[in-house]
Design a binder for this molecule. Sequence first.
Ligand code: MG
Length: 262
Amino acid sequence: MSPRTSRVLAVIGIFAIAAGLGAAAMQDDGRTWKVHAKDRPQPDMVEPGRASTGERPGTAPSDAIVLLSEGSGLDAWSNGKWTFADGVMQVKPGTGDTLTKASFGDCQLHIEWMIPADRECNGQAGCNSGVFFQDGKYEVQILGSNPNQTYPDGQAGSMYGQYPPLVNPCRPNGQWNAYDIIFTAPRFAEDGSLLAPATATVFFNGVVVQNHSEFMGLTSHGSKAKYSKHDTEGRIKLQDHGDPINFANIWVRPLPERERAW
Ligand code: MG
């Protein structure tokens, strides 16, 4: 064996010992798991919801918190002046935004929306709403965008004022659109400095339009977004922008913080 080969074997040996020690530490640590550990908890069974067809709203998976469904009424929402019929909630223009009564941190949100067939969309006017996380701080824009041109970071599926959607899969007015959003709340240090930004992954009618995009700060109109410290949980808000936008089949699944396996 050459001196070089023996040195290589010695280094491999040290790594093997370190890995073995690491494995032992993992076994003793309740938070972590060995690769392919059979005693790791099985994921819960969940009955999936029914997919939206484009004309008909879908239904929620069995473990979701339902915010709007066929028979829900407006119980989950703060603004009782918005209208509700046959599972559809509509913005009552001029009555203000509506917010969930409950608060959420990291979550998966499903929401379906439709611009009335007879609406005329002209840039930001006529067909505008928005879904906001954390008490109105982070907006994914809702806008009639088929056809309708506006500034790209303000069209449907944009993280308003920050990122345009990667593509535009918006359906025409009179048809239902669906967002599936994975939102991660920002994390702040005690002194208010940002530890991790808020992020959003957005599927728009099944098409990825935001891929784990980082919010640059709280949504703002016409100015650069900035962060300021806030709680990890907040209400979900739908915007009254003066237009009678329809909503259906809204549900949310709070997401746990994942532990590292090793
Ligand atoms: Mg908006």
